[in-house]
Write a protein of this length. Structure first.
Ligand SMILES: Cc1cc2nc3c(=O)[nH]c(=O)nc-3n(C[C@H](O)[C@H](O)[C@H](O)COP(=O)(O)OP(=O)(O)OC[C@H]3O[C@@H](n4cnc5c(N)ncnc54)[C@H](O)[C@@H]3O)c2cc1C
Ligand SMILES: *[C@@H]1O[C@H](CO)[C@@H](O)[C@H](O)[C@H]1NC(C)=O
Ligand SMILES: *[C@@H]1O[C@H](CO)[C@@H](O)[C@H](O)[C@H]1NC(C)=O
Ligand SMILES: *[C@@H]1O[C@H](CO)[C@@H](O)[C@H](O)[C@H]1NC(C)=O
Ligand SMILES: *[C@@H]1O[C@H](CO)[C@@H](O)[C@H](O)[C@H]1NC(C)=O
Length: 501
C-alpha cells in the first residue's frame, strides 16, 4: 500500500514526463545514476563510455578500468621507427560506427596500398590475383562456375540486413540479448546462422566444395585462424572483411580508443578489476568493484557497470563475481590463440615456388587448410602512417611482413619463410572465440545494472561488432535505468520505424 502511494506521489512529482532523447516518455523514478564503471579500454569499452556519456549526459562520472594498454586487441608494434598493426587491422567501408568515430575524432583514413593476393597450398600457388579485374572475374567464373556470384549475393544480403542495426540504434532501440538483436535484423535465419557451420550454409547455397576449399577456407584462416566449420554468421563477417572496400586509421586503429575516452570525458583508471559484487540498500542495488593498481588496491561503488572484456578463462581477465550466481559458471568456450609475427627481412619466395624474388608478384599469401602448414597467412604490411611517397617494398628488398600462425614460429620455420631477417616481433593473442557450431551466445544482462559486452563476439568478432554492442549496451542501460520498457526488444522494428518521424 505504501509502495503504491509512494509510486503515485513520485509519478505526480515527475509530471509532465521528461522526454528521453529517443523521443519516448520516461518516468524519472530514481534520478540519474551518479557513477558508471566500464571494465576494459578496448574499442568495446571506450565506445561504451562514449555512448554512455551521450545518453546519460554530462553530469555522470564515467570511470574506465584498464589493466593493460588502451586499445586492447587494437595495438601496434614498432619496427625500424615505424609502427604496424599487430591486432585488429582492417575496417569495412560499411562499418558505420567506426566511420563515425573517426570523423568525430578528426582522425584520418589510411589509404590502402595496392597489392596482390595468392593462395598457397603448401606446395604451390593455386590461385592468384592479377592486375586486371575482369580477368580475375573471368578466371573465378571459369574455375568455380556459379559459386562466386552466389556467394557475393549471399554476403551482400546478410550485410544489408545487418545494416538495419544503425537505423534501430539511431531511433534509440535496444536489445536485451545478442539473439534478440540478431533476430530483429535477420529473423530466426540470423540466429540459426550462429549455430550451423559455414560450409553447410554454403553447400546448401550451391557453392562448390572446390570453391570452399580454395577460396573460403583461406579467408577463414587469415581472418579467424579457423576452418570452414565456424558458424555461418561469423563466416559472413569474415567474407565481408575480404572485400575490396577496406580501410584503417592513419596513425593506428587504437587511436580511436584513446580518442573516444577523451571525447567521453571519462576517467581512465590503470587498474585490474578483481571482483564485482552487488551491494543492496533497500530496493537499490549498486556494485562494488575491487581492483589492483601498480601501487596498491582499492574499491569503489558504482550504479551501473559494463564488462567490456572477454570473461572466458583462457583470456585471464581475472574478474570474479561475488554475492550473486554468475551466469558464467556454466559459460562454455575458449578463445583462439593467434600469433602475429612481424618480421623485418627477405621473404623466401622459393618456398612459394618463385626462385627469383623479382618474379614474385604478391603482397599477401593466404593458405589452404593443409595439415602440415605451420602458418595461416604471410603478408607484406604497410606502416600505420603512410607518407605521400610511400611504396611497397619489392620481394627482392628487405620488407616488413606479418605472419599469422596458431603456434609461435620456431627458428626453422622462420628460416623456411624468410631467406634472412633483421628482427622478429611476436605478439601472442587470445584473438577471438574458438568457434564451434551449436555453442549458444552469452548473456548481455548479468544483473539489474550489470552488462556484458563481449558476448557479441560469439556471433562475430570485429571492431564494428564491439561498437554495435557498445551502442546497444549504452541504450539498454539507459532504458533500464529509466524503466522505458517500450524501447527494449521491440518487434517489427522495420515497420515501426517507418511510421515514426
Ligand atoms: C590478430 C587479430 C586480428 C584481428 N583482425 C581484425 C580485423 O582486421 N578487423 C576487425 O574488425 N577485427 C579484427 N580483430 C578483432 C578485433 O581486434 C576485436 O574484435 C576487438 O578489438 C575487440 O575489442 P574489445 O574492446 O571488445 O576487446 P579488447 O580489445 O580485448 O579489450 C578488452 C580490454 O579489457 C582489458 N581488461 C581485461 N580484463 C581486465 C580487468 N580485470 N580489469 C581491467 N581491464 C581489463 C584488457 O586489457 C583489454 O584492453 C582481430 C583481432 C586479432 C587479435
Ligand atoms: C531456424 O531454425 C529453427 C529451428 O530449427 C527453424 O524452425 C526455423 O525455420 C529456422 N529459420 C530459418 C529462417 O531457416
Ligand atoms: C575444423 O576444426 C575443428 C576444430 O579444430 C574440427 O573439429 C573440425 O573437424 C574441422 N573441420 C573441417 C571441415 O576440417
Ligand atoms: C601518424 O598519424 C597520426 C594521426 O594522423 C599523427 O598524429 C602522428 O603524428 C603521425 N606520426 C608520424 C610519425 O607521422
Ligand atoms: C627457402 O625455401 C626453399 C624451398 O622450400 C628451401 O629449400 C630453403 O631451405 C628455404 N630457406 C632459405 C633460407 O632459402
Amino acid at each position: 500500500m505504501l509502495r503504491l502511494f509512494l509510486f503515485l506521489f513520485l509519478l505526480l512529482l515527475s509530471w509532465p514526463p521528461v522526454s528521453g532523447d529517443a523521443g519516448a516518455t520516461r518516468l524519472d523514478v530514481g534520478g540519474p545514476p551518479s557513477k558508471i564503471a566500464v571494465i576494459g579500454a578496448g574499442i568495446g569499452g571506450t565506445a561504451t563510455a562514449h555512448f554512455l556519456r551521450q545518453h546519460f549526459g554530462p553530469e555522470v562520472q564515467v570511470d574506465v578500468f584498464e589493466k593493460g594498454e588502451v586499445g586492447g586487441r587494437l595495438a601496434t608494434v614498432t619496427v625500424n621507427h615505424h609502427d604496424y598493426e599487430s591486432g585488429g587491422s582492417i575496417i569495412h567501408s560499411l562499418n558505420l560506427h567506426m566511420q563515425d568515430f573517426v570523423k568525430q575524432l578528426g582522425l584520418k583514413y589510411r589509404r590502402s596500398v595496392a597489392g596482390k593476393t595468392a593462395v598457397f597450398n603448401g606446395e604451390e600457388v593455386i590461385l592468384e590475383e592479377t592486375d586486371w579485374y575482369l580477368l580475375d572475374l573471368f578466371r573465378l567464373w571459369w574455375r568455380y562456375g556459379i559459386s562466386f556470384i552466389r556467394l557475393q549475393m549471399w554476403v551482400e544480403e546478410i550485410m544489408e540486413k545487418f545494416m538495419r542495426i544503425y537505423k534501430y540504434q539511431a531511433h534509440g532501440y535496444a536489445f536485451s540479448s545478442v539473439e534478440e538483436l540478431l533476430g530483429s535484423l535477420g529473423g530466426s535465419g540470423f540466429i540459426n546462422m550462429t549455430r550451423r557451420p559455414l560450409s553447410d550454409s554454403l553447400l546448401e547455397l550451391g557453392v562448390s566444395q572446390h570453391f570452399i576449399d580454395e577460396v573460403i577456407a583461406p579467408i577463414m584462416r587469415v581472418n579467424y585462424g579457423q576452418n570452414v566449420s565456424i558458424p555461418a554468421f561469423v563466416g559472413a563477417v569474415s567474407l565481408a572483411g575480404a572485400q575490396t572496400n577496406l580501410w584503417a586509421v592513419e596513425g593506428g586503429n587504437k587511436l580511436v580508443c584513446s580518442g573516444l575516452l577523451k571525447l567521453a570525458n571519462a576517467n581512465l583508471l590503470q587498474a585490474q578489476v578483481t571482483t564485482v559484487s552487488p551491494v543492496y540498500s533497500g530496493e537499490i542495488v549498486q556494485y562494488q568493484l575491487s581492483f589492483n593498481t601498480a601501487t596498491g588496491s582499492g574499491s569503489e561503488l558504482y550504479d551501473i557497470v559494463v564488462l567490456a572484456t572477454p570473461l572466458q578463462t583462457s583470456v585471464a581477465s581475472g574478474v570474479k563475481f561475488q554475492g550473486f550466481s554468475s551466469p558464467f559458471d556454466t559459460l562454455p568456450g575458449e578463445y583462439h590463440r593467434t600469433v602475429a609475427t612481424v618480421v623485418h627481412g627477405y621473404l623466401n619466395t622459393s618456398f612459394f615456388g618463385f626462385p627469383d624474388p623479382r618474379l614474385f608478384p604478391f603482397a599477401s599469401v593466404l593458405t589452404t587448410d593443409t595439415p602440415d602448414l605451420f602458418f595461416n597467412s604471410a603478408a607484406s604490411v604497410c606502416p600505420v602512417n603512410i607518407s605521400a611517397g610511400f611504396r611497397r617494398k619489392q620481394p627482392q628488398e628487405a620488407g616488413i611482413y606479418k605472419v599469422f600462425s596458431p603456434q609461435p614460429l620456431d627458428k626453422a620455420q622462420l628460416k623456411t619463410l624468410f631467406r634472412s631477417y633483421y628482427s622478429v616481433q611476436v605478439t601472442e593473442w587470445q584473438a577471438y572465440p574458438q568457434y564451434a557450431s551449436g555453442q549458444g551466445l552469452p548473456p548481455v544482462e548479468l544483473h539489474s545494472n550489470l552488462y556484458y559486452l563481449n558476448g557479441i563476439e560469439w556471433a562475430g568478432s570485429a571492431m564494428e561488432m564491439s561498437s554495435v554492442a557498445a551502442k546497444n549496451i549504452a541504450l539498454l542501460a539507459y532504458h533500464r535505468w529509466n524503466r522505458q520498457t517500450d524501447m527494449v526488444d521491440q518487434k517489427d522494428l522495420m515497420h515501426r520505424i517507418k511510421t515514426e518521424l
